[in-house]
Design a protein around this ligand. Sequence first.
Ligand code: MEV
Length: 326
Amino acid sequence: MVTAFAPGKCILFGEHAVVYGQPAVAVSIDAGVEVTISESSRWILEGKPFEPSRHPHISHIINDIFEYTGRPLEIDIKSELFSAAGLGSSAALSNSMGAALHHFVRPNEPLDLISLARIGHSAEANAQKGRASPTDTATSALGGCVVVSGDRVKGTQHFFDATLETPEGSRSWSISKVELPEIEDVWLVLGFTGIGSPTGDMVAGVSELLKSDPLKMKEIEAIGEITYSGLRALSSGNMEEVGHAMNECQERLRKIGVSSPELENLISATESHSLGVKLTGAGGGGCMVSLTRNPQRVAECIEIAGGRPLVSKFGSGGARIVIEEN
Ligand code: MEV
């Protein structure tokens, strides 16, 4: 039996724009997904017969990536993440499944986090009709603060490159990490609107918007500029500037139509206690994120406004094996 954990992620800057080669900055969060696999006489997922077509991420990893032909497996999933909420729950699921299966079939080979990030990206792309940046999967696999961009970004440590054939043509990204300075008294508070929002649909919506109104590409480019200034502020520990860049990013995300009344409700409920606040992930519904020195107060404001809060420190560890038993 083997159990693997992979964290969720919070995009601070650059969601959607990263699909078009602009930079994005994301951090891993404390909450994540744990997958346990063990040999069994039948294929079982969460106590029920496993139906591959209903679980594209998991079946892609078992059949296409590992080409697993061993004995049937029993798979259990424990998620601390709201699903379809912009916190990278499907990336964390793909990564924890990839890590657990890797350890199950090759127990003596150490887990290579870059290979794991590639496995996760392949599973996400497969499930999102070929449109997925490696942001969620790389942040969940590597942990810490991850920068994903069409070009190499100065001042970051390069880890690997990823390419993908999308319906709009071939895309490639450079994935790097940034060592954050000590961030003592600032937290992220995520607020779930309670409305699930599939990433694939939101990404397809932006693609439609850009086709019908090509001038909106200016907003995508502006998000790229804001992301660079947010990254500079983050690297130097200037959290007021980070918050300011988050607010500016939200302005542009509104203009590409990915905010919603429910997100705006949680944003306005928390902005007076936040250094910065914006939607995070694909938008539509899902989550907002507040950068704050007063996480308790922000969590209360989210609850009073009808949302569900989740408090996290910045950039905890990446994917890992947590239990193994023979
Ligand atoms: C989703 O967490 C982030 C998006 O930019 C999609 C992607 O990067 O694949 C909206």
